[in-house]
Design a protein around this ligand. Structure first.
Ligand code: HEM
Length: 429
C-alpha cells in the first residue's frame, strides 16, 4: 500500500480539474441550479406524478436529462410512495431506460441496465464483495483507513484547507481504484477516461479513445489477475462463479467484468466525494447540529443518512414503462419514460416532519438516496464506511473546524443529477 500512499501525498493539479462540480455541470452542457427544492416541494404537493419531464416541469428547459422517447410521453414521480413503487417494481418500470439515455452506449452493458433474472445472475456474485461486513472489514482495513489517514495527516499540518478538494475529492476515487487493484499511477488517468464516457458534449472520437483507454486498462488488469491472483476486487471477480438460469455454473467473461467494473469504479469515485461534501457542508451551515454531533460522535452514521435524505447528490433516476400501468392513480402508457425524483421523495412531509430541515436527531427512516428495490446502490455500505471514517478524522484531528472567515463559503450547486458543494474552505485550531 506504500506506493498508494506516495501517490496521495503528492499534490496533483489534475485533481482540481477532475473534481469540480461547477465545471462538470457547465462542461457537460447542463445548467447550474442553486436550490431545486422549492420547485420540487411545489410539484410534489400538486400531484404525486406529473406528465412531463422533470427539468421541463421545473422550468429548466436546457436541462439535458429531460430526454423524451420519440413519439412517447415522459412522466415524473415526486412522492415517497410513487418513487418507491417506481424503484421496487422493476418489471413494469424497467432500467432499460438507460439504453435510451445513452448510458449503455457510453459505459457498456452492466447491471445498471439489466432487469429480472439477467440482473440477478450478474449482480448476485458481485454483491458479497460490497456487503456491510466487507465494507467494515476488508475495504476498511485494506484501503479506507490508510487513505483517510494519509489525507488528514497532510491537512492537519496546516491551519486552513479546502476539505472538498483535499479530502472529499481524493478519498473515494482512491479507495475504489485501490480496492479494485489499479496501479497507483493509473488511478487519475483511468478516472479522466471514465468521465469522458458518459458526458454530454464529448466529441465521438474523444469518447471512442476514452473507451479504448478504459477497456485497455481493465483488460490488462484482468489478464494479469487471471494468471497472478492478488487480494483485490478484480481477482475476486475473475474467480467468481456465475449461475446460469439452467443451473450451470461458469466464470464471468472479460466483457462482463469490464462493463461492470466501468460502472462500479465510475460510481464509486463519482458520488461519495459529493455526498461527503454535502454532509460536511450541512454541518458547517448548521452550527447547532455540528455541536450535537461533537457531543455525540457515535451519531456519524445517522448524520450521513440524514445528509443523504436532505440533499442526495443525485436527485433523479430514469425508468422505462414496459406495459400500460398506473402509478398513484396516474395512467402511464407503455413506452413512456419515467423520471423518479428521489430528491423530492426524500422531503415528502407524509414521511418526515419538517423535511426541509437538516436534523441529525430525527428518527432514522429509510430514505431513497441510495435507491431501492433490485437496483439499490451496490456500493452504499462501502460509501457509508468511507464517510464515517472521514467524518471521524475531520472531527478528531481538526479541532473546532469551521468556515474560513476570509473566504467565500461553499454553495451547493450542480444540476439535478450530480450535486455537491462548490468548495469547503475551513479553518481549524
Ligand atoms: C453517497 C454515495 C452514493 C449514492 C448517493 C449512490 C446512489 C445510488 C443510487 C440512487 C442507485 C440506484 C440507481 C437506479 O436505481 O437506477 C445506485 C446504484 C448503484 N451504485 Fe451507488 N451511490 C453511491 C455510491 C456508490 C459507490 C461508492 C459505489 C461503488 C463502489 C456505487 C455503485 C453503484 C452501482 C454499481 C449501482 C447499480 C446497481 C444496480 O443497478 O444493480 N455507488 N447508487
Amino acid at each position: 500500500m506504500n506506493q498508494y500512499k506516495d501517490v496521495l501525498e503528492r499534490e496533483d493539479p489534475r485533481v482540481s480539474e477532475l473534481f469540480n462540480v461547477e465545471a462538470d455541470t457547465i462542461d457537460s452542457g447542463s445548467i447550474l441550479i442553486e436550490d431545486p427544492f422549492p420547485a420540487l416541494n411545489r410539484l410534489r404537493e400538486e400531484a404525486p406524478v406529473h406528465k412531463g419531464a422533470l427539468g421541463d416541469l421545473m422550468g429548466y428547459e436546457g436541462y439535458h436529462f429531460t430526454n423524451h422517447l420519440e413519439g412517447f410521453p415522459t412522466y415524473s414521480a415526486f412522492t415517497f410512495a410513487a418513487v418507491s413503487k417506481g424503484l421496487i417494481d422493476n418489471k413494469t418500470f424497467s432500467s432499460k431506460a438507460y439504453y435510451h439515455l445513452g448510458t449503455v452506449a457510453g459505459l457498456g452493458e452492466s447491471i445498471l441496465n439489466k432487469s429480472g433474472a439477467d440482473h440477478r445472475m450478474i449482480r448476485g456474485p458481485i454483491q458479497p464483495f460490497f456487503s456491510p461486513a466487507e465494507a467494515q472489514s476488508w475495504w476498511n482495513e485494506k484501503v479506507i483507513v490508510e487513505t483517510v489517514e494519509t489525507l488528514i495527516a497532510k491537512i492537519e499540518k496546516k491551519s486552513s484547507a479546502d476539505l472538498f478538494l483535499e479530502l472529499c475529492a481524493r478519498m473515494p476515487v482512491h479507495v475504489v481504484s485501490a480496492g479494485f487493484g489499479f496501479d497507483p499511477d493509473d488511478i487519475i488517468p483511468f478516472r479522466i477516461a471514465l468521465t469522458q464516457l458518459n458526458r454530454h458534449g464529448i466529441p465521438v472520437e474523444q469518447r471512442a479513445a476514452a473507451m479504448e483507454t478504459v477497456r485497455g486498462m481493465l483488460g490488462r488488469l484482468i489478464t494479469e489477475r487471471r494468471s497472478r491472483p492478488q487480494n483485490d476486487i478484480i481477482t475476486k471477480l475473475v474467480t467468481a462463479e456465475v449461475k446460469e438460469p439452467d443451473g450451470s455454473v461458469r466464470g464471468f467473461t472479460d466483457d462482463e467484468i469490464i462493463g461492470n467494473c466501468t460502472l462500479i469504479v465510475l460510481a464509486g469515485g463519482g458520488t461519495t466525494w459529493r455526498q461527503l461534501g454535502i454532509t460536511l457542508f450541512a454541518l458547517l451551515e448548521n452550527p447547532d447540529q455540528m455541536q450535537l454531533f461533537r457531543e455525540n460522535r457515535a451519531l456519524a452514521p445517522e448524520v450521513i443518512l440524514e445528509s443523504a435524505r436532505w440533499h442526495p447528490t443525485d436527485l433523479i433516476f430514469p425508468r422505462l414503462v414496459e406495459e400500460d400501468a398506473e402509478l398513484e392513480g396516474v395512467a402511464l402508457p407503455k413506452g413512456a419514460m419515467l423520471h423518479l425524483c428521489l430528491g423530492s421523495a426524500n422531503r415528502d412531509p407524509r414521511r418526515w416532519d419538517n423535511p426541509d430541515a437538516f436534523d441529525i436527531t430525527r428518527p432514522v427512516q429509510r430514505s431513497l438516496a441510495f435507491g431501492g428495490g433490485p437496483h439499490s446502490c451496490l456500493g452504499q455500505h462501502v460509501s457509508r464506511q468511507e464517510m464515517v471514517v472521514a467524518m471521524d478524522a475531520v472531527f478528531d484531528r481538526l479541532p473546532n473546524v469551521r468556515w474560513d472567515p476570509d473566504k467565500p463559503k461553499g454553495r451547493l450547486i450542480g444540476d439535478l443529477f450530480a450535486r455537491g458543494p462548490s468548495a469547503l474552505p475551513v479553518v481549524f485550531g
